[in-house]
Ligand binder design. Sequence first.
Ligand SMILES: Nc1ncnc2c1ncn2[C@@H]1O[C@H](COP(=O)(O)OP(=O)(O)OP(=O)(O)O)[C@@H](O)[C@H]1O
Length: 222
Amino acid sequence: MITLRGATLSYGERTLWRGLDLDVRPGEFLAVAGSNGSGKTSLLRVLLGLQRLSSGTVTVNGRRPRRGSDIVGYVPQHRTVPPHTPLRARDLVRLGIDGHRWGPWRPRRDARRRVEAVLADVGAAAFADVPLELLSGGELQRVRIAQALATGPRVLLCDEPLASLDAEHQRIVAGLVDRRRRDHGTAVVFVTHEIDPVLPFADRILDMGAAHGARTSRQETA
Ligand SMILES: Nc1ncnc2c1ncn2[C@@H]1O[C@H](COP(=O)(O)OP(=O)(O)OP(=O)(O)O)[C@@H](O)[C@H]1O
């Protein structure tokens, strides 16, 4: 589903990672760890088609990554909701279906059904009509994952979805993502500073911190 070969990313003189070979199969859960600035978000940007490699190759679903692809769902790094944002949870999820697309919207009833289904899937139906700014951190994170899943992506990229959650909600959010990949065969790349909450779920851990050459380790429990 995701393939990198000899992938190197440099910004100017500075090389973040070099010679990275990586395969992520359908339904696989890859955790990506590493210190601040080691290039974890940059890896996601490469997979999103937002950043070109300096050398090497990358494919997602057999093709070069491209922006706005329906087959890739993305949970960006957490930012707080600006006060008075006039969006409810269900509106944010709806944006996941229609928001980035030109042209005609999907038939309204289809989109509404899809929003209901995906909110129910992540256990967010009860607060679907609550304004985003009133949601707790854990609730908001469920809704953001629902938004990323709204188009039924085959690849899910998550950037620090556990940041600022308590231990229980870290486990819940990691578990949601795990269930998705098991039920739908979604390939998951999950960037996290917190390794403990993902240990029960991740098949492998990619350590971006191993200076200049990232390394993967296979979990024995996988
Ligand atoms: N477009 C860019 N041009 C130049 N430097 C960049 C660019 N994007 C990111 N960087 C630098 O590359 C480094 C890696 O950034 P990146 O966000 O990928 O790291 P990260 O591992 O996700 O960090 P963190 O854990 O702090 O989120 C940082 O030092 C950042 O300033």
